[in-house]
Design a binder for this molecule. Structure first.
Ligand code: PHE
Length: 474
């Protein structure tokens, strides 16, 4: 199939290349690190149910809307929205939400790269551990066999206490991301996705099967699928929405940008649904990979952000071949994080390139450099800058360090706001014929899509945003 011809002549070499890249964008730390963390903290089943509602009612129509904006606009998120607005005879000011998305993408990448840096560190720790086990003739050893369950979690506290180590990992991860984006759509982004994503899926299935046999699979199933509604609150629902948007990569310019490289003949609706549901499937599977292992050694599901980094290595410590599985587990997260960070940087790079006329490598290195520097502040807020407050006057963030403030601002404010504007734009402002033609939908499916994007998504997002930010209103 012919590639799309976006300005600059870049495009995916096939529909599958696009699907892999978009799934790569969607599947990331959000699925493997954040989803299990949030589900664990918020009581499991009830959170999963609300999350699933957000995916179907808001996420899927949003994925389709964004990809169609990109494909029609054939440019970065900001300029693509403007093109759709112009062709619909409405104000160019709508481009603003495209800009919000790009801002969101850059903001996410600042802390995303820091967390991905932790992952890299663990790849190193587990890699060295496995090599040690191998050379001592014991490849089936548990992870970090020479240590005790009490000292294993100090791997993470040691990392957090070591600025240089934290920053080196952040540099390394950003460097790889920039290098790939600078190589271009086909030679960089697409190539990375077509190698890393299949490898990711093989690892995911392997480790899930391993956990099912060696861990407490039935308990994990019950945990993820038995809802306890007493655990629900406006803030949990707000969190579920933010997480659904974050995980599906919507409202943050990535899918609009990737949509810009999609060929005219590609059918968007089934492609969008496939991308969205794969992302959700991976999140659930990640839960089914992680919780059986966590429960097997009696660890706490509600451990929070350290679940993956501290609890799991303790579990791998006592499990058969835990050293090898632990290494594979962190390699898997690394692959997922990299394909996502690539999409985040591409969203900003495409805009910088369009705006300034710079070459792709120059745009990628400069955009990536700025994001890297803000990321340094996120990293340092884990230790020497832990007392710095960005928004001390805003109760929601009064206690939050730089990292949590940026994360919270994006997930609770910027993404929902951008999603709201996107749904109003596509549901009410964009030319109906244009939208219909790009989606390729007709009849009942078109009606459902229109209803979801025009009514359900904006109303739900508005209410969630309102009550999430001002719980006292309830
Ligand atoms: N969806 C990615 C994840 O789950 C993160 C991401 C958000 C990527 C927004 C691109 C755009 O990790």
């Amino acid at each position: 199939m012919a590639g799309a011809v976006a300005p600059g002549g870049e495009g995916w070499s096939s529909r599958w290349a696009f699907i892999l890249a978009a799934v790569g964008a969607a599947v990331g730390l959000g699925n493997i690190w954040r989803f299990p963390t949030l589900a664990g903290e918020n009581g499991g089943g009830a959170f999963v149910l609300v999350y699933f509602g957000c995916v179907v009612l808001i996420g899927l129509p949003m994925v389709l809307s964004e990809v169609l904006i990109g494909r029609h606009g054939r440019s970065d998120a900001y300029h693509s929205v403007i093109k759709v607005a112009e062709d619909s005879g409405v104000s160019r000011k709508w481009g603003l939400f495209g800009g919000f998305g790009i801002l969101g993408a850059g903001a996410i990448l600042t802390f995303y790269s820091v967390v991905a840096g932790w992952v890299l560190y663990y790849v190193g720790v587990m890699g060295a551990d496995f090599l040690g086990a191998l050379f001592s003739g014991n490849p089936m050893a548990g992870a970090l066999a020479a240590e005790s369950p009490e000292t294993i979690p100090t791997r993470m506290t040691d990392l957090f206490a070591n600025n240089w180590l934290l920053l080196s990992m952040h540099v390394l991860f950003m460097g790889v991301t920039i290098w790939i984006v600078a190589r271009g759509v086909t030679d960089g982004i697409e190539k990375a996705a077509t190698i890393l994503m299949p490898a990711f899926f093989v690892l995911l299935v392997m480790i899930t099967i391993y956990g099912a046999f060696t861990g407490e699979f039935a308990r994990a199933l019950a945990f993820l699928f038995t809802p306890d509604f007493s655990k629900l609150s406006p803030s949990v629902i707000n969190e579920a929405l933010g997480q659904a948007l974050f995980s599906m990569s919507v409202a943050s310019a990535a899918l609009i940008t990737y949509g810009g490289y999609v060929a005219k003949e590609t059918k968007l609706a089934p492609t969008a649904v496939m991308i969205g549901l794969t992302d959700t499937g991976v999140a659930i599977l990640a839960g089914l990979m992680i919780f059986p292992i966590v429960f097997a050694v009696g660890l706490d599901a509600a451990a929070g952000p350290t679940l993956v980094f501290q609890s799991l290595p303790i579990a791998f410590h006592t499990m058969p071949a835990g050293s090898l599985v632990g290494l594979l587990f962190f390699v898997l997260i690394f692959f997922a994080a990299l394909t996502s960070s690539i999409s985040l940087l591409e969203a900003v790079t495409a805009w910088a390139k369009e705006k300034t006329g710079w070459s792709r490598p120059k745009s990628a290195w400069i955009a990536g450099g700025v994001i890297f520097l803000v990321g340094v502040a996120c990293a340092l807020s884990l230790n020497i800058w832990s007392d710095v407050r960005l928004l001390p006057f805003w109760p929601l963030f009064a206690e939050a360090n730089i990292f949590d403030t940026i994360d919270g601002l994006v997930g609770k404010v910027l993404l929902p706001l951008t999603a709201l504007l996107t749904s109003i734009f596509i549901g009410w402002k964009a030319d109906r014929k244009l939208v219909e033609a790009e989606t390729g939908l007709s009849g009942g499916m078109l009606g459902i899509y229109r209803f979801l994007i025009g009514w359900v998504a904006p109303i739900a997002v508005f209410l969630i945003l309102l009550f999430g930010l001002f719980p006292q209103l309830l």
